[in-house]
Design a protein around this ligand. Sequence first.
Ligand code: ZN
Length: 304
Amino acid sequence: MPSQRTLRTTVRFEGHGLHSGCKTRLVLKPAPPESGIFFRRVDLSPFVSIPATADYVVNTRFSTTVAAGGCAVSCIEHLMAALYATGLDNVTAEVDGPELPVMDGSSLPYVLGILRAGTVLLSAPRKYLVVTRPLLVAAERARISIHPAPFLRISYTMRFRHPAVTTLFRCYDSRRENFFTEYVPARTFGFLAEVEALRSQGLLAGGSLENALVFGDEGVVGGMKMRYGDEPVRHKMLDLAGDLFLAGCRVMGHIRAYRSGHHLNCRLVRQMLARTDCRMFTEQPEGESLPDPGSGLGAAAIFK
Ligand SMILES: [Zn+2]
């Protein structure tokens, strides 16, 4: 029976938020069994704790934001994907501002920091959410569904009307592919034509060519090299893995996503939690939805 896991020791990160541009310090700390993933705003007095679950999601425009007691933490998805990928179940994430650091636009810096700190097993069984009947949520020109499967599989189709980025499809199967080397390093992306529009709305204040792939009509601008030929779709799948972890535990099922973003991802997670007739929790899954945390060192070797 798989056990829950936490950090061996504290790990610190520092950087600017993508949208606010504010410098933020993030400290990840070990947490006891059954405590889950929590954010704690330590710049406020008294501290405000916010559980990292779908019930606390208040905004999904451009990133995923959780809030409680009138206080929010935004851009949590890349950290959530890193916690998912490194097998962590219980972590307290102390942050001194409203937006997590964007780092290099991927989950790689978080994963490397976590692997350096190390992880430890706890004497409590890990819980899994297993889908027993299909669930679908849809919006205009986008949809996402989950179907019963004894492992995690994500089939994702991304579609843009842009000369450099059009339709991309990719399938992740937790039994066959290494999440660390194939998804964790995939960076966030945007389009040159939209950058100025977002800046005029006060967004992207911390955005730069160091933390996002920006596409012009001819391809990536600023001489940035793509880490994969299909890096944008891999990043959408990384975002999805992070949002999926807002179920409060790991999910088993086959996800089929078409143009799904944070809004639909979080709606699907809420459905999975609410529809007790379509899912169950188990401590003894047939398969495992996680790669071996040690294999993350492969990603370090490739992109350091
Ligand atoms: Zn993202």
